[in-house]
Write a protein that binds this ligand. Structure first.
Ligand code: PLP
Length: 425
């Protein structure tokens, strides 16, 4: 006889049931739509703890912000302490001056900064400033690079053509975008030769972390820098992921190329929602004169600037970069070894701070060649990785934090090995 008693839901199932009633898709960011994972109870260091009792070694880091690990005590304490005296003033305060000085000091080449809440907003400020400064409208940008979710930057691919990625997105807002393959200097040269007098900005991630963690080919960034200067276009590095992660001076420092403007976010504030646009005084002062509008009720709040000040002080005084690189390097090697032992064409590439896991052996230099890998195969594995206590998404990008150490390395490698054996079985 069938035992048809009431089915007990796990806490996650119960929360998801409630979430779906009040929240479209049960999530507050479409990036989180895929997968029905365990709800998170809390997080500490490099670990996430689920409401149903499982733990996860975290290599997603909240999509990148938890570069110092979850709930770093010195950052949380600094933010709580500062916020006891107020959060938003509608006026200026000393902490925002300090945070601005620290960011410019860390970045090295930039004179001035404006804070915002999200990377999306910082990018919009950069684009508006570039258009105002040049009196031009067109943008050169690149396949596979992500610059936020707004109409004028969100890109999707349909039948091999780049265009809008969402219903309701205005096609006309992309009309000024010239979309090129990345890492191909010739195409930038040709586009600027043809449209140079109309191009306000060239915008890119200096390392294409969003799609495949692909590094610029030798000389590429230098070449784009020269071309942008020659044609009077503003070069914008979108360092929202790379900034403070690859080093204090981000991608610009790593590859020795200075943009005119750069956007930061994620790693800048120990997990708190903060982003920034930095640049030289001649460009940035257009905000200061009021010529170019950049606004935001919550920009440079006490929470944001306390978080930035504590994070950058920590990065400057106690740089975690060597430790992070050591963990990432050992982890990449360990994953490759498991792939070899299991006879799988596992591909682990990129940088120790952020790397990409997939299957295949194509030579990958841009978004198109990335598609030659078996990305769907990794996506399938990623679900088993989560079930085995490794918190990653199907996109294949893994982030390493300052909180990842030997314990995490041992845990992740043994969990990865177990997951792979289950998945191939
Ligand atoms: N730019 C880059 C390179 C990003 O990776 C992201 C987000 O992932 C953004 C901009 C948008 O930042 P946010 O999600 O904070 O709006």
């Amino acid at each position: 006889m069938d035992n048809a008693g009431p089915q007990l839901l796990t806490q996650s199932e119960e929360l998801r049931r409630r979430a779906l009633v009040r929240t479209p898709g049960g999530v507050h960011s479409n990036v989180r739509l895929s997968g029905s994972q365990e709800f998170i109870k809390c997080a500490q260091g490099a670990w996430l703890y689920g409401v149903d009792g499982r733990d996860y070694v975290d290599y997603l880091l909240g999509q990148g912000p938890n570069f110092l690990g979850h709930a770093p005590k010195h950052i949380i304490d600094a933010v709580f302490e500062a916020c006891r005296d107020g959060v938003v003033f509608g006026g200026q305060h000393e902490l925002e001056v300090r945070a601005s000085e620290l960011v410019c000091q860390a970045v090295g080449w930039a004179d001035m900064i404006r804070f915002s809440m999200t990377g999306t907003e910082a990018v919009q400020a950069a684009l508006r400033l570039a258009r105002a400064a040049t009196g031009r409208t067109k943008l050169i940008r690149f396949e596979g690079h992500y610059h936020g979710w707004l109409d004028n930057v969100l890109l999707g691919q349909r039948d091999g053509q780049w265009g809008i990625a969402s219903a309701g997105q205005l096609e006309s807002h992309l009309a000024d975008s010239i979309i090129l393959p990345w890492n191909d200097l010739r195409s930038v040269e040709e586009a600027l030769d043809r449209h140079g007098h109309e191009v306000a900005a060239v915008i890119m991630e200096p390392v294409m972390i969003n799609a495949g963690v692909i590094e610029p080919l030798p000389g590429y960034l230098q070449g784009v820098r020269e071309l942008a200067t020659r044609h009077g276009a503003v070069l914008i590095f979108d360092e929202v992921i790379a900034g403070f992660r690859l080093g204090l001076d981000g991608g610009a420092g790593r590859y020795g190329v200075t943009p005119d403007l750069a956007t930061y976010g994620k790693a800048i504030a120990g997990g708190f929602p903060v982003a920034a646009l930095v640049g030289n005084a001649d460009l940035m002062n257009r905000f200061g004169t009021g010529e170019v509008n950049h606004s935001g009720t919550f920009n440079s709040s006490v929470m944001a600037t306390a978080a930035v000040t504590a994070t950058l002080t920590s990065l400057l005084e106690n740089p975690p970069y060597e430790r992070i690189a050591a963990h990432g390097t050992a982890l990449m090697a360990g994953l490759r070894d498991i792939g070899t032992e299991r006879g799988l064409p596992l591909r682990v590439s990129g940088l120790p701070q952020a790397f990409h896991v997939s299957f295949g052996d194509a030579e990958v230099t841009d978004y198109r060649t990335l598609q030659q890998l078996d990305l769907a195969r990794y996506e399938s594995l990623s679900r088993v990785l989560v079930d085995n206590g490794i918190w990653v998404t199907g996109r294949g990008v893994w982030y390493v934090s300052a909180a990842h150490g030997q314990r995490e390395l041992e845990a992740v490698l043994s969990r990865f090995d177990k997951a792979v054996s289950e998945w191939v079985a």
